[in-house]
Design a protein around this ligand. Sequence first.
Ligand code: 4AD
Ligand code: MG
Length: 458
Amino acid sequence: MKHIDVKELFTNGEKYKNTVVTVCGWVRTWRDSKSVSFIELNDGTSLKNVQLVIEKGALDENQVRAALVVGAALQVEGKFIPSERNGYEISVLKITVLGGCPQDYPLQKKHHTLEFLRTIPHLRPRAKYFEAVFAVRSRLAYAIHKYFQEHGYKYVHTPIITGSDCEGAGEMFRVTTQPWNAKAKTESEYFGGDFFGAKAGLTVSGQLEGEVAAMGLGKIYTFGPTFRAEHSNTTRHAAEFWQIEPEVCFCDLHDIIEIAEDFIKFIIKDVMESCPEELAYFDERIEKGLIEKLKHVISSDFGKITYTQAVEVLKNSKKEFKYPVEWGCDLQTEHERYLTEEYFKKPVFVTDYPADIKAFYMKQNPDNKTVAATDLLVPGIGEIIGCSEREADIEKLKAAMTKRGMPLEAYAEYLDTRKYGSVPHSGFGLGFERIIMYITGVQNIRDTLLYPRTVGSL
Ligand code: 4AD
Ligand code: MG
C-alpha cells in the first residue's frame, strides 16, 4: 500500500509541504464543528497524531460518517499544509475506511488506567502510553547491540533449554514432553524417559554458556529471554524477562564495574537522543523530572560502597526497616532503595557480598568470607545489574560447588574452562525490563512487556 509514515511527514515537513500525500492509521479522536470535522490519526510510527481536516460537503457524507469513529482504520489522501496549532495538517481529498470499529471498542476514552489496559494486552499497543514504551524498548535494544558491537564484543546465542540452574536458586521452569500420567517409580526413571533423557528446563541465565564462549572469543554478550519461576508477585519481577549478559576475559571486578557504568551511560544517552518525544511524554505523564534525572546520571560518577560498609550505613540510618539488617543478610528492596534513593541519591555499586548469599561461580576474596561481586542499585527500582568476577581457580570453584551440594559431574565441561588455560574473567547481567523502567519511569514491569508473564497469569 503506497503511503507515507506520519513520522516521515513531520520529520521532513518541508519536503511534503503543499503536496498531496497518502497516510494510513487509526482514529484516536475526532470532533465536529459546523463547517469542518477533525480527526486525530495515529499510525504508530510517531507519538504525534496527524490532524485531518474535512470540509463539510467536500466528501460523500456516508463515507465521512464511517470515518468519524474512534478506532477505525483509514487510508487518507489529502494536501499536507502548514497549520498554526499543529505545525502541519492534512486537508482531506479522499478517505477509505480500511477497517470499521464497532462501539464496543475498549479504547474510547483518551486516558485509561494502566490496570484496565493490562486486561487488554492485545489492544494496548494502540494507546499512546504503550506506543511510547515500546518505542523506547525497541531503541534501547538497538543501543545495547550498538554498544557491544562498537566495542568488539561478539553476540552469542546461548541455549534456552538447559540442564543447569546457573543461579542455583531452584527457580527453573521444567521442559517436558512426558504425558501427564507418566508412571515412573524413581526420579531418574521419570527424567530418563523424557525427551532429552534428562531433567531439562528453561534457562535462568545464559552466563555459564556465555563463559564458555568468552573463553575462546575473548569478549561476548548475550541478549535473550530468561525465565524464573519466582513466586515474588512484585512490580519488578516477571517470570519471563530479557537479560543482557556480557562476559569478558582478562578482566577483574574493578574493570567490569567500569564497563558496566560506561555501558549504562551510553545506552541512556542514546535513548535520550533518539526518543526525545517519548521521554518528554514520560516526564510529563509518569515521572516529573525524569529527563533531569537521566542527564544527571550520564554526567556524574556512580557511587561505590562495600556490602560491609552498606550494612553499617543501614544500621546507622535509624530507619525502621521491615527486615532488620545484620552482616550476612541478603539486602532487601527496602535496603537497596534506602542506599540508592536516600543515601547516595544516584546509582550505586554495592561490592563484596558475603559468599553465603551469592552464587557458586563468584571469585572468593582473600578474607574467605566475601566474594568479588557487585549489584548495581538505582533509585526507584533497586537492583538492575548482578555482576561478579568469576572464580578462576578450579579447586576453589569445586569447593564452592561441593559446599552447595552441586553434582560436579554435571558441570564437568564448565570446570574444563578452569582446567585448560583458566583466566581472570568477569561479567554481569542487566535486566532489560528493569532498565526500561528506570529510563521511562514506568512503575510496573507488566507495562514494559507486550505480554507479561507473572505468577498466576499467562
Ligand atoms: O542478579 P541475577 O540473578 O544475575 C544473574 O543471573 C547472573 N548470571 C548475571 C551474570 O553475571 N551474567 O540477574 C541479573 C539481573 C538482575 O539484576 C535483574 O535486573 C534481572 O536480571 N532480573 C529480573 N528482572 C525481571 N524479573 C525477574 N524475575 C528478574 N530476576 C532478575
Ligand atoms: Mg541478583
